[in-house]
Every structure is written in C-alpha cells, then in structure tokens.
Design a protein around this ligand. Structure first.
Ligand code: ADP
Length: 160
C-alpha cells in the first residue's frame, strides 16, 4: 500500500491545506495528515483542536487519516511504513526552508522521498498566519477557511 504523509502545524487548517490533501489522496492509497507538535512553539489551537478541525473539513476524503505526533517526521514515517512526504510549495520563499528539510529528512530516513506539490494558484498567498492575523482584527476569513470551522476560529481569535 502506498502511503503518503502531509505534515504541518495546521494552526488552523486552511483551504490551501485541504487542496493539497485532496490532490494527494488521488495519488496514493492512503494519506496521513499529521499535526506535528513543536515543543518550542506555542500554537493558537491545541493539538487536539487542530486534529479535530482537519477531520471536520476533510470528511469527504475517504482515504485520509488525521493524526498528531511529537517528534521527527522522519521517525513518524518509519513507524507508519510510509515512503513519501508531500509538501506544498507556495512561492520561492518556501523553497529554501523546504530544501533544507528535505535533505535533512533524507539523511535521517533514506527510505523517505520528499515530493513537492505546487500550490493551487487560488491559494498561493494563503497561510495559517494570514488567517490568524485577519481573524485577530475580526476580519472576514470566508475566502481562506472552510465554513465548518470558520466560526470556531473567529470565536477563539477575534478581539473580545
Ligand atoms: P503554514 O505555513 O500555513 O503555517 P503548515 O506548516 O501548516 O503551514 O504547512 C503544512 C504544509 O502545507 C506545508 O507543506 C505547506 O507548504 C503546505 N501549505 C500550507 N498552505 C498552503 C497553500 N496555501 N498552498 C499550498 N501548500 C500549502
């Protein structure tokens, strides 16, 4: 079975993420979206909330699993017997960082291939940070996140 892993912080999950998950799911038998827990960062949403929000907006993708992991994605892939890591590329600005990550992961887990999927033109500007910034000023995030989670995001972030 061909399994691919889509790692990220998903803080929160955006339409850009869902687009990558939908497209990956057509290429692999199983795709795992994994919320990576970074102990040095303080996320806006808890790990459980991020996992739950991804599940809520991806119910239509039958071969998608959602999980979380504290540790290296190279080790997670070994544990799941996955040999492909899918990363979305938005712009040249993503490249330098992803390049470094991919080469490092190859050393940590030589059986793991990183594959880059070009962003959908509609979402090339979109990041979780943008969503948080707009929500912080009670702006309209309709274009950026799925309706199932929009109100929860605003409720959490918007100024009281
Ligand atoms: P963000 O930068 O939005 O906080 P994450 O760390 O959650 O992103 O990203 C997880 C994965 O999803 C990464 O591979 C990232 O490049 C990809 N991704 C995020 N937003 C988009 C988008 N709008 N288009 C394509 N890929 C994206």
């Amino acid at each position: 079975m061909k399994i691919a892993i889509c790692p990220g912080s998903f803080d929160p999950v955006t339409k850009g993420h869902v687009d990558i998950l939908e497209r990956s799911s057509k290429l692999f038998d199983k795709v795992i979206a994994v919320v990576l827990v970074n102990p040095t960062k303080t996320p806006t949403f808890t790990t459980e909330e991020r996992v739950e929000m991804i599940k809520r907006v991806t119910g239509h993708i039958p071969n998608l699993e959602v999980d979380s992991y504290t540790g290296l994605v190279a080790d997670y892939a070994k544990m799941k017997n996955a040999h492909t890591l899918i990363k979305g590329l938005r712009a040249v600005t993503d490249f330098e960082y992803e390049f470094q990550q991919a080469l490092t992961n190859k050393i940590l887990n030589p059986d793991l291939e990183t594959m880059f999927m070009m962003t959908n033109q509609k979402y090339m500007y979109l990041s979780s940070t943008i969503v948080r910034q707009i929500a912080a000023f009670d702006g309209d995030i309709t274009e950026f996140v799925l309706p199932e989670i929009k109100d929860d995001i605003l409720e959490r972030i918007k100024p009281k």
